[in-house]
Design a protein around this ligand. Structure first.
Ligand code: NAD
Length: 476
């Protein structure tokens, strides 16, 4: 299977104006699987002009008609799911079942945003004078520049596409160079759902060039990124200099706290299942596992059983439960993190090594490591799980909240009091108690601290593409 990923500008798929391309590589075997276009400055400028023209058309389309197009796109995503899931696994590596589920969740987001589009109500105020009306209406913010990462390239792109389009914005989507072709399939669904030209644009190429030119362009009214904290700060600074609003969904380092009053086997099974999903490349994923000392050994043994049962391999094989990492950079990062843990006296009881027939890193389990190790302080974004012990509630909540990240946090406990208190005390925007909930179309997702700015998903995420206008009128 080889693909050619072009740019989508003004309703048409085109090559880069100078013919430039980058290779697309399958991380499970290093095979060349396609080429992607590298947009030039001239292509970006054409995209900006088209997004501006597209906005002028789209903002005048009624909310009901916008919703109809989003629902048609959702139907097409469901119909074409298998083809896009195969592309996603080929270029990103995740097991095919996970790719199918990502596509289904993407279709769901379009359905939900279609419904939200027709509920973007304003407000009418009690009359101050006879024959007067005072009201607020919601309007789309304008053309959006959106940037998405490679770990969930489809669903994270759809969160931005569906909300921006539902709100009446045009959008230039910049998907990740490592995994753009399934996202291109989504854009094709929107085209086939009869979205007018210029309303959605799709650009690949040099990330710094793409973002700098778009964020600084007068045509762009809003910037939305899902990505690393480093790039989030960079784009926020650029946007801030122009007073453009941003939505930033950035990195995390989620703790899970396992109390002694929980069902150990259940907590271990759920935590291990969640930890190694997408080879650990999940922003909401668990990356620090704190277990109360009285149950530490039992939990560790139960967790290890699940690590031993994982089958690492090519995501196209239905028996595979953990695929490769998405690229070589992540494999090298895992080697660095594990080497640092070993240097600090930690014990690697499972995995810890790369495999050289693709971007593979073994599912890894580590114990006895200090809280200031790399693994416990820097977002690992990979299949390496540290399990450490704690004694008291106060101690563990301080350790769990100690980092500048605040994306997600989880706990397992049989006590209603502990569950309630810890949900209040965690400094994070996404909390799971006795479960790990994947992100939902209807629920907002807001990183605290360095993990983000603003919300994505749910009514809050939809609202981020709207601005409020106050109108006062008097009949004379
Ligand atoms: P990244 O920040 O390197 O890239 C994200 C996107 O930004 C890419 O499409 C990239 O091309 C683009 N980009 C724009 N300007 C750029 C520039 N100047 N330099 C580099 N890239 C630029 O992130 P990544 O490595 O692709 O993704 C992993 C990160 O994303 C992790 O930190 C992870 O936690 C985070 N993430 C967050 C969420 C969330 O919802 N909070 C979800 C998934 C991933």
């Amino acid at each position: 299977m080889t693909v050619k990923v072009q740019l989508f500008i003004d309703g048409t798929w085109v090559d880069a104006s100078d013919g430039g391309t980058l290779d697309l590589v399958n991380p499970s075997n290093y095979e060349l699987i396609g080429q992607i276009a590298v947009a030039t400055d001239a292509d970006i400028d054409r995209a900006l002009a088209s997004a501006k023209a597209g906005f002028d058309i789209w903002r005048k389309v009624s909310a009901w008609d916008r919703a109809a197009i989003l629902r048609r796109a959702a139907g097409l995503i469901e119909q074409r799911k298998e083809d896009m899931a195969l592309r996603l696994t080929a270029e990103q590596g995740k097991p095919i079942a996970e790719a199918r589920s990502e596509l289904s969740r993407s279709a769901e987001i379009f359905v939900w945003c279609a419904s939200e589009a027709i509920r973007s109500y304003g407000r009418v105020y009690p009359q101050r004078v006879r024959s007067g009306r005072q009201l607020t209406v919601k309007e789309p913010v304008g053309p959006v520049a959106a940037f998405t990462p490679w770990n969930f390239p489809v669903v994270l792109s759809c969160r931005k596409l569906a909300a921006a389009l539902g709100a009446g914005c045009s959008i230039i989507l910049n998907p990740p160079n490592e995994a753009p072709s399934a996202v291109a399939g989504i854009v094709q669904c929107l085209k086939d759902a009869r979205l007018p030209p210029g309303v959605v644009t799709f650009l690949t190429g040099n990330p710094a060039q793409l973002s700098e030119r778009q964020v600084n362009a007068p045509e762009i009214s809003k910037v939305s990124l899902t990505g690393s904290i480093r790039v989030g700060k960079l784009l926020s600074q650029m946007a801030g200099a122009q007073l453009k609003p941003v939505t930033m969904e950035l990195g995390g380092h989620a703790p899970v706290v396992v109390f002694e009053d929980t069902d150990i086997e259940r907590a271990a099974a759920l935590t291990a299942g969640f930890k190694y999903r997408n080879a650990g490349q999940v922003c909401l994923g668990v990356s620090r596992i704190f277990v109360q000392d009285s149950i530490f050994d039992g939990f560790y043994t139960a967790f290890a059983k699940h690590v031993e049962a994982l089958k690492m391999g090519n995501g196209m094989d239905p028996a595979t439960t953990m695929g490769p990492m998405a690229n070589e950079r992540r494999v090298e990062a895992m080697e660095r993190i594990v080497a640092d843990a070993v240097e600090r006296g930690a014990k690697v009881t499972h995995g810890g090594k790369r495999r050289n027939d693709g971007c593979y890193f073994e599912p890894t389990l580590i114990r006895d490591l200090p809280d200031d190790s790399l693994l416990m302080t820097e977002e690992p974004f990979g299949p390496v799980a540290p399990i450490v012990s704690f004694k008291t509630y106060d101690e563990v909540i301080a350790r769990a909240n100690a980092l500048p990240y605040g994306l997600a946090a989880y706990a397992f406990t049989g006590s209603l009091k502990t569950a309630t208190d810890i949900a209040d005390d965690f400094e994070a925007g996404w909390i799971g108690i006795n479960e790990f909930t994947p992100s939902l179309a209807e629920a907002p997702f807001c990183g605290f601290k360095d993990s983000g700015l603003g919300a994505e998903g749910g009514p809050e995420g939809f609202d981020a593409y709207l601005k409020t206008k106050f109108i006062s009128q008097l009949a004379v």
